[in-house]
Design a protein around this ligand. Structure first.
Ligand SMILES: *[C@@H]1O[C@H](CO)[C@@H](O)[C@H](O)[C@H]1NC(C)=O
Ligand SMILES: *[C@@H]1O[C@H](CO)[C@@H](O)[C@H](O)[C@H]1NC(C)=O
Ligand SMILES: *[C@@H]1O[C@H](CO)[C@@H](O)[C@H](O)[C@H]1NC(C)=O
Ligand SMILES: *[C@@H]1O[C@H](CO)[C@@H](O)[C@H](O)[C@H]1NC(C)=O
Length: 480
């Protein structure tokens, strides 16, 4: 213990002397997830990226329609491998060869896709997975690396493993360490990453610290200074992001890789479905983050060195995601599901521009029929909300105050749009009716769906996002 401690101090010293020489190019990218009832066509989304000069995108799989739309765009792509595929990829080189040929090699042609990273698993060490993917990660990495070598792509494409920030913990950044049960696997992982020139990819969510802990100082989650700075020896932390980032730097340092480049795989703020999830908070967080990253100021343990790449979570809302983490989970987009900017945000190239050529369904909505007795509506309401998305109705949500009839109308409409405005889907035993007057009330928007052909594909590649609160972290930061 004492030795490791001493060694880490020396390494921190060495680190602060040497990082100054590391030159990295920084840039803001986005996560493009597709678990939505109303999917924009991939071409529309790629145009949206181009119009906004977003040059980096992170995917959670390798959907061929998405990959095809990215061809020739020049956009740098991180392709994803879902956790569910780790078992087969870790046990069979034939499977990994096939994955690489089908999902990488075929796009590595002139006018193809600019694949830079392959994300092997998504937060596979998450505490709530209880270790089920843990032993698969390294073997899958080895197989995939061999597969890349065989087709001469290992130099161009780097394998990475996006980790949730729950992989490490500490009350003070300088004391950061990986979770004890992960020490061995993390040692192997960072050694693998280092020998292949790959960065460490981490997902950092100050929102979850705030959401999960009412004592978490609100201003510490943002970037405008705080009345609760964290004093860590000579270093003072004014925001949770920097504190979390340096906890990872310290954890890497303890393993002897204090200089490993770090990529932020996911970071962002949701806009609905919880009290602190709203447009002004999301704008403040995301704009503060972008300014901080583009200023190249770095953190106390890596002064002057920003994260290599930062991928905002997320590009678009994903209304069909599991709400296990919370009702906010479907509202992380900087754009709504239909590619409309939710609030003014500047990623470095001017304010966000909306998607063009969005194919909406006709302007009509399904609402509760005001001339009917709605006392028997409960089951219809439940059914509609179980299938479609009613998360904005929840406490803290944008539609929480629209009254009982408003609630019913919202649920009916959400279901009706999901069913592509099929007339039968607005029946509800005669309790529903179609209207041509927009029933939206103030900030509570009643959506009109977009037409697409892929509305069910999310079920085939449904990404599981399981919740983890950084309670330990949150408490540590506050009570230190
Ligand atoms: C390629 O990726 C897609 C999408 O993630 C997946 O469904 C498919 O199984 C992969 N191909 C192989 C051969 O593993
Ligand atoms: C939005 O969230 C922030 C952060 O929690 C909170 O301070 C603010 O009061 C919220 N604004 C509204 C309008 O609810
Ligand atoms: C509307 O639904 C939400 C979510 O179920 C609930 O919190 C709210 O109390 C409801 N409003 C009325 C007036 O029933
Ligand atoms: C739906 O599919 C048809 C035929 O495959 C295609 O022509 C059309 O553009 C698609 N529509 C959308 C909105 O993607």
């Amino acid at each position: 213990m004492e030795r490791a401690h001493f060694a880490s101090k020396i390494l921190v010293l060495l680190l602060s002397l040497s990082v100054v020489m590391v030159v990295v190019e920084s840039g803001i990218g986005v996560n493009w997830g597709t678990i939505s009832f109303h999917r924009l066509s991939p071409e529309t989304v790629v145009d949206l990226l181009k119009d906004n000069k977003i040059g980096k995108v992170k995917l959670f799989d390798a959907d061929p329609t998405v990959m095809r739309a990215l061809m020739g765009s020049g956009i740098e792509v991180m392709v994803g491998i879902p956790n569910e595929m780790l078992a087969v990829l870790s046990s069979s080189t034939a499977a990994s060869d096939l994955w690489v040929s089908q999902n990488v090699s075929r796009y590595m042609v002139k006018g193809g896709v600019n694949i830079k990273y392959v994300a092997v698993g998504n937060e596979p060490f998450l505490t709530s997975y209880s270790g089920q993917f843990q032993s698969l990660v390294l073997p899958a990495l080895m197989n995939l690396q061999q597969s890349l070598v065989k087709v001469n792509l290992a130099g161009m494409i780097k394998l990475v493993v996006p980790c949730n920030a729950d992989a490490y913990e500490s009350s003070l950044p300088s004391q950061g360490a990986f979770r004890p049960e992960l020490t061995q696997i993390m040692t192997q992982l960072v050694s693998f990453l280092n020998s292949n020139g790959s960065p460490f990819v981490v997902n950092i969510y100050p929102f979850l610290s705030l959401y999960g802990n009412s004592d978490f100082p609100q201003d510490y989650a943002f970037f405008d200074g705080t009345t609760h700075p964290v004093v860590d020896g000579p270093n003072v932390y004014y925001n949770a992001f920097d504190g979390n980032f340096d906890t990872l730097v310290a954890a890497l340092t303890k393993l002897g890789y204090g200089q490993m480049p770090i990529v932020i795989g996911e970071v962002g703020w949701p806009t609905d479905g919880a009290l602190s999830a709203n447009h002004s908070a999301a704008k403040a967080f995301n704009q503060g983050l972008v300014k901080r990253v583009l200023s190249n100021s770095g953190t106390p343990l890596r002064p002057g060195v920003p994260p290599m790449d930062v991928y905002l979570f997320a590009l678009l809302d994903e209304g069909a995601k599991s709400v296990l983490p919370g009702n906010f989970e479907r509202h992380w987009g900087i754009f709504s599901f239909d590619g409309q900017a939710k609030y003014p945000l500047n990623l470095g190239n001017g304010l966000l521009k909306n998607a063009k050529q969005v194919d909406y369904l006709p302007s009509r909505w399904c609402v509760a029929n005001p001339n009917r007795d709605l006392s028997s509506v409960t089951n219809h309401f439940k059914l509609a909300c179980n299938v479609a998305d009613c998360t904005t109705l929840s406490y803290g949500g944008s539609c929480n105050n629209i009254g009982e009839q408003g609630n019913i109308s919202y649920a009916f409409n959400s279901y009706y749009q999901l069913k592509k405005q099929n007339p039968q889907s607005c029946d509800f035993d005669g309790l529903g009716m179609v209207t041509f007057l927009d029933p939206s009330v103030g900030d509570c928007k009643f959506l009109v769906g977009v037409t697409d052909n892929n509305s069910l594909s999310f079920m085939l590649n449904g990404r599981k996002t399981i919740f983890s609160l950084f309670i330990f972290w949150g408490f540590g930061m506050f009570f230190m």
